[in-house]
Design a protein around this ligand. Structure first.
Ligand SMILES: NC(=O)c1ccc[n+]([C@@H]2O[C@H](COP(=O)([O-])OP(=O)(O)OC[C@H]3O[C@@H](n4cnc5c(N)ncnc54)[C@H](O)[C@@H]3O)[C@@H](O)[C@H]2O)c1
Length: 352
């Protein structure tokens, strides 16, 4: 069955959903119209053959629309999602779903009360780099993971418009942190036991514009998440340490490699000090090349449009939802703990 969508908030992301749906999801979802508080965005919608509803209620009162996408700045997500659910609509909310787990619980209570589907656009679960890392972990290619670094680094410094404002839920923890955290908590589903977060406000004083966080899982995995907006020489997007090897994804183009230990017999190390340009070392001296092998990154298939195929199949009762409210709630609770850690300047023990 084809579903009819209304979009509330037709800025950058709202119009991305629209153009992608139009190009790639014919027969699955059709966008009928939008409501945006800015006249120029209403006009843009009309130019693209969409209905521009005069206000939110008239969009939510259209009986043809059964699915609403909320793509406004973050501070409006709760109010608009609850309003849409109470009008009997199924709802996809952009990330971050809300400003804290308390707000999310209110949304989930409304979804339950109204018997409607609620999910969040955690689209980066479909990113190819993430799927490659997941495949390496799940296949056991280089053994058990114990440390993973996931970072995104840019150099634009100043956060754009509402992203730089506290009242709108701006800042990089909400903006990119939520993606990195959602990815890592979907990869390792064991309880999070401890978090630490260092947040900086270097060029945008109201909110965090750079941060570094450590997430410790019950499984033994330790994840380092980092977002920089003032970095001019990037580190790898992913660096994964497993018991039998290391994997790296360098960049957005998914260049990278895997180095695997050839066998697990301990080397009989020469007890020799190696003198390098930077000074002497014994422990860090390079291992003989023949004891390791280099492998290409595994190839994976991943298609963002599967997010929509899954949401619509879930509405039709044919599939289980991929981005589940319970998962999003766990992520939001960890986000709460990250803010607490950054504020108090210490690590926080949790059981999430
Ligand atoms: N999933 C992703 O990868 C991804 C990427 C970018 C943005 N986002 C999310 O999408 C949302 C929107 O971000 P954006 O980059 O499109 O911002 P944007 O500023 O480009 O667009 C937001 C739009 O919402 C409109 N708006 C504001 N308040 C409104 C209200 N009360 N009712 C109706 N319209 C309202 C604004 O006029 C604007 O056109 C944010 O929550 C953001 O975090 C997600």
């Amino acid at each position: 069955m084809s579903h009819v969508m209304g979009i509330i908030g037709f800025g950058g992301m709202g119009s991305y959903h629209f153009s992608q749906i139009r190009e790639r999801l014919g027969g699955v979802v059709t966008v009928k119209g939008v409501f945006d508080v800015r006249e120029e965005r209403q006009q843009f919608a009309v130019e693209n053959g969409l209905v521009a509803y005069g206000n939110r209620v008239s969009l939510l009162s259209d009986p043809e629309i059964d699915l609403v996408l909320v793509a406004t700045p973050n501070n409006y997500h709760k109010e608009i999602s609850i309003d849409a659910l109470r009008h009997g609509k199924n709802v996809i909310c952009e990330k971050p779903v809300a400003l804290n787990s308390g707000e999310l619980l209110e949304i989930l209570a409304a979804a339950k009360e109204c018997g409607r589907l609620f999910t969040v656009h955690q689209n980066r679960r479909w990113d190819r780099d993430y799927r490659i890392i997941s495949e390496i972990v799940k296949s056991g290619l280089i053994g058990k993971p114990y440390m993973v670094e996931s970072r995104v680094q840019g150099s634009k410094r100043v956060l754009q418009e509402w992203r730089g404002r506290a009242e709108n839920g701006g800042g990089m923890i909400y903006d990119w942190g939520i993606h990195l955290l959602d990815q890592i908590m979907w990869l390792d589903r064991s309880p999070v036991k401890e978090v630490f977060c260092d947040a900086f406000s270097i060029f945008t004083k109201e909110v965090d514009d750079n941060f570094k966080a450590i997430i410790k899982f019950e499984s033994g995995l330790n994840a380092m998440l980092q977002v920089d907006t003032n970095c001019f020489i990037n580190q790898p997007r992913w660096h994964l340490l497993c018991e039998d090897g290391t994997a790296v994804i360098e960049d957005w183009s998914c260049n990278g490699r895997v180095v695997r230990l050839k066998d697990d017999t301990e080397l009989a190390w020469d007890n020799v000090i190696v003198y390098t340009e930077a000074g002497p070392t014994r422990t860090m001296a390079p291992r003989p090349r023949e004891t390791t092998e280099e492998l290409p990154l595994p190839s994976v298939d991943s298609d963002w449009a599967d997010f929509y195929r899954n949401v619509t199949a879930a509405i039709d009762g044919k599939e289980e939802l991929t981005v589940k409210p319970a998962e999003v709630l766990r992520v939001m609770r960890v986000i709460d703990a990250l803010f607490r850690s950054a504020k108090e300047g210490r690590s926080v023990t949790v059981n999430i």
